[in-house]
Design a protein around this ligand. Structure first.
Ligand SMILES: *Cc1c(COP(=O)(O)O)cnc(C)c1O
Length: 365
């Protein structure tokens, strides 16, 4: 039997086993074509069916209204950091950015490269190492801003907006690390982007969800053609050769997610996982020290914590690995332990980690 580890990597991250098994089973003969999905024209009806199903599943699982388009692009969140301002901010428009972590700062910096002083920081918790999210009173918005950009889940620091910030403006949001972990009212969002490799599939696919009025605001004039959003919307993300294999695997992941009860079932699992892991941390508050200072800002996707000494952190990672758990070393800027518990991490996986953590305190606490 193939050995599978318990995978807590922050990204690329584990995928649901049934979605991988389907990929394996269909690899050499996809949809009765006698070819793999990597070997067939992206204009073939067999590929187009997968492409359309992937888009339809995003719509269905998230409950997207008819006035939103789903695009399947490339370049990850990084290219979106640039494409958003290139499309929306080159022609005098202004925007506010809330910087709540490593990735939010990157998004802000890239927007400044394009639009300079017309992008402002509406608030930041950098002075506190991004260990919490800003309070409403700490956010100051420019009345002339066309949108407010924020990062729904801060992958590095382990904070997550449980209630989206009150801005009075449409949102543009980097949802790379928590897209489709639960349903939410999408109407306030002008544009959402997410690299697939945390919650949706392999790296190489970027999901972009854009409201029709935001699409109409995009001005791609003078841009290299791939960088404009409207052309991708017009061509159903088949303007150029899409990442066919990645989109196919994304389809398999979403079809599996639907089969287990959609986002309602996934959210229930994620809440259970969070309760188990934070429960353990809080029970041993003198030993496991959470990085995030406000309980209300805790992420259900990335859980960062410290142990009393650097040696204990190293020992924890080493012993966890011996016990089949991988990917627990924290991001270099934060240190400590980071357990990423995206959708594909099961309740049983988190129970395994918590049992290990209980034993580790007994032995070393
Ligand atoms: C992982 C991550 C990124 C970086 O994604 P790339 O695909 O490498 O560009 C950006 N933002 C968030 C919130 C992330 O979690």
């Amino acid at each position: 039997m193939t050995r599978r580890v318990v995978n807590f990597y922050a990204g690329p991250a584990g995928l649901p086993l049934p979605a991988l098994e389907r990929t394996r089973d269909e690899l050499l003969d996809f949809a009765g074509t006698g070819m793999s999905v990597m070997e067939i024209s992206h204009r073939s009806k067999e590929y187009e069916a997968v492409h359309d199903e992937a888009i339809a599943l995003v719509r269905e699982l998230m409950g997207l209204p008819a006035n939103y388009k789903v695009l399947l692009l490339q370049g990850g969140a990084h290219l979106a950091f640039g494409m958003v301002p290139l499309n929306l901010l080159r022609h005098g428009r202004k925007a506010d950015y809330i910087t709540t972590g490593n990735w939010a700062e990157r998004a802000f910096a890239e927007a400044k490269l394009v639009a300079g002083d017309r992008v402002r920081e509406a608030g930041s918790t950098k002075k506190e190492k991004f260990a919490r999210l800003p309070k409403a009173a700490e956010l100051k918005f420019d009345p002339e801003a066309a949108f407010v950009h924020f990062t729904s889940n801060n992958t590095v620091e382990g904070t997550q907006w449980q209630q989206f910030p009150a801005t009075g403006k449409p949102y543009v949001c980097d949802m790379s690390s928590d897209i489709m972990w639960r349903k939410f009212p999408v109407e306030q969002f002008g544009l959402i982007y997410a690299g697939a490799q945390k919650n949706l599939g392999p790296s190489g696919v970027t999901v972009v969800i854009v409201r029709d009025d935001f699409l109409a605001m995009c001005n791609a004039e003078g841009l290299p053609s791939y960088l404009g959003y409207p052309i991708h919307a017009e061509k159903n993300s088949l303007y150029n050769t899409p990442p066919c294999l990645g989109i196919y695997i994304l389809r398999n992941v979403l079809a599996y997610n639907k089969s287990i009860g959609g986002l309602a079932a996934i959210e229930a699992n994620n809440r259970r996982k969070g309760a188990l892991l934070y429960g353990c941390i809080d029970r041993h508050a003198g030993f496991y020290k959470p990085f995030v200072t406000e309980k209300a800002d805790r992420s259900f996707m990335n859980v960062d914590f410290f142990l009393p000494t650097k040696d204990l952190i190293d020992l924890f990672v080493k012993e966890a690995k011996k016990n089949g758990m991988i990917g627990l070393k924290g991001y270099r800027d934060v240190g400590g332990i980071r357990a990423s518990i995206y959708n594909a991490v099961s309740v049983a996986d988190v129970e395994t980690l918590v049992a290990f953590m209980e034993g580790f305190v007994k032995r070393n606490g």
